[in-house]
Design a protein around this ligand. Structure first.
Ligand code: APR
Ligand code: PHB
Length: 395
């Protein structure tokens, strides 16, 4: 098979890049290791920045999001008994976020791919990129033990944190920056109405809590838990009891409980590799960077990378601007690092680090909470990052 851009991975990054390029008349082949059902079974975050929403509209996959997604103009932060609503719209000159699950974004993109008739290969094993530094890169993969080959101009590595793309870059090229946190998030999804019409991020001495949602009838809650915690130890009853214990009384009193549809624990981690390009291979999304979920930036940073790579490739194919290819990594990374900073900052601000922070750092954390939640400039700072910083022009 021959194509212009071969895409490894059919998560949100690969599917969105594929859809945008298809609309621009650029041929792609997507090769994914898992089945579509498996990809859709993963429950991930659900807050889309304004820029991500705009990009999904540009890709022509926003119809259901615009119908079913919930536009949120504010978010609540609860710290030390103080309840501070951030009026995102007022603080950012009119920007908002869209609450719409990543699973739904992925489903819409999969349907668009199918409708377009552009090739997508699921259940491909042993996917390998080759000749990344040469003029004729290609991919190989296996289906039922048979090896297939895709020749291409460029390869987009959209295969997530555990993918093959980053690993196929020779040792010594990438520099890795990493921060691990001494706790994880226990998430629970339930068909119960959300406890609040907006998201609540709460710091509590028992640990951080997030009250999120997927719709008016489906809630998503998270509890900070120790890293060694086992999900089996958390009955529904225990989860609800602990959640109530970490929320203010009036909020806890109106919490509607019900059976869990899903429960899982995810460790928190920040990681970036630089550069995000090696020859004709471009790393996109989780393949190049991971954020802790506190700032809701994972999917949005993936969309940010897609935005830049898509605009560059369009200029490459339409105007012969191959000089722009080297711009991808620095452009993408400038925005990635700001997203990393915000995710790290929100994680620091809102979690209980217990013995993992020394006395000085704990005081700094308290001062940050006091300052950012009381100063108008502090509130603007959080709000403008939460709704998403602007994209740079590709020129
Ligand atoms: N070959 C082919 N496909 C692969 C391989 C491989 N060797 N390894 C991984 N994949 C596939 C995975 O099965 C997955 O479907 O690549 C896809 C990567 O998708 P994601 O992990 O969702 O990454 P991305 O598309 O960059 O989306 C970023 O996902 O993890 C969240 O917080 C993150 O919300 C953000 C979003
Ligand atoms: C979610 O709804 O799953 C969610 C929302 C906001 C976050 C993280 C996760 O910051």
């Amino acid at each position: 098979m021959k194509t212009q851009v071969a895409i490894i991975g059919a998560g949100p990054s690969g599917l969105l890049l594929g859809q945008l390029l298809h609309k621009a008349g650029i041929d792609t082949v997507i090769v994914e290791r898992q089945t579509p059902e498996y990809v859709l079974g993963r429950i991930r975050a659900g807050v889309l920045e304004q820029g991500t929403v705009d990009l999904l509209r540009e890709a022509g996959v926003a119809e259901r999001m615009d119908r079913e997604g919930l536009v949120h103009e504010g978010v609540e932060l609860l710290v030390g008994g103080r309840r501070q609503r951030l009026d995102l719209k007022a603080l950012t000159g009119g920007k908002t976020v869209m609450v719409y699950g990543q699973t739904e974004v992925t489903r819409d993109l999969m349907q668009a791919r199918q409708a377009s008739g552009a090739p997508i290969i699921y259940s491909a094993s042993n996917v390998q990129p080759h000749e990344l530094k040469g003029e004729r890169p290609y991919l190989t993969y296996e289906i039922d033990g048979q090896v297939h080959r895709v020749d291409c101009d460029y390869i987009a590595g959209c295969d997530g944190f555990h993918g093959v793309s980053r690993q196929s870059i020779p040792e010594g090229i990438l520099k890795q920056y990493e921060r691990v946190y001494p706790f994880g998030w226990l998430g629970m999804l339930s068909d119960t109405p959300p406890v609040n019409h907006e998201l609540i991020y709460a710091h509590h001495e028992r640990g951080f809590v997030l009250c999120s949602q997927r719709s008016h009838t489906r809630s998503r809650y998270y509890l900070q838990v120790p890293l060694e915690e086992q999900v089996e130890a958390w009955s529904d009853e225990r989860f609800w009891k602990e959640l109530k214990a970490r929320l203010p009384e009036d909020v806890a009193a109106r919490l509607v409980t019900g059976p869990a549809l899903e429960k899982s624990i995810a460790p928190l981690r920040s990681l970036v590799v630089e550069p995000m390009q090696y020859g004709h291979l471009f790393l996109v999304g989780d393949a190049a960077h991971i954020v802790p979920p506190t700032g809701a930036k994972g999917l949005n940073l993936a969309a940010s990378d897609v935005n830049y790579l898509y605009r560059i490739l369009v200029k490459v194919y339409r105007e012969g601007r191959t000089d722009l290819l080297q711009q991808y990594s620095p452009l993408a990374l400038r925005r990635v690092w700001k997203g990393e900073r915000f995710s790290w900052f929100m994680t620091q601000l809102l979690h209980d680090f217990g013995c993992h922070k020394d006395a000085w750092d704990q005081k700094m954390q308290e001062a940050d909470r006091e300052y950012f939640l009381t100063s108008p400039a502090g509130l603007v700072n959080i709000a403008e990052n939460y709704v998403g910083l602007p994209f740079e022009e590709v020129a």
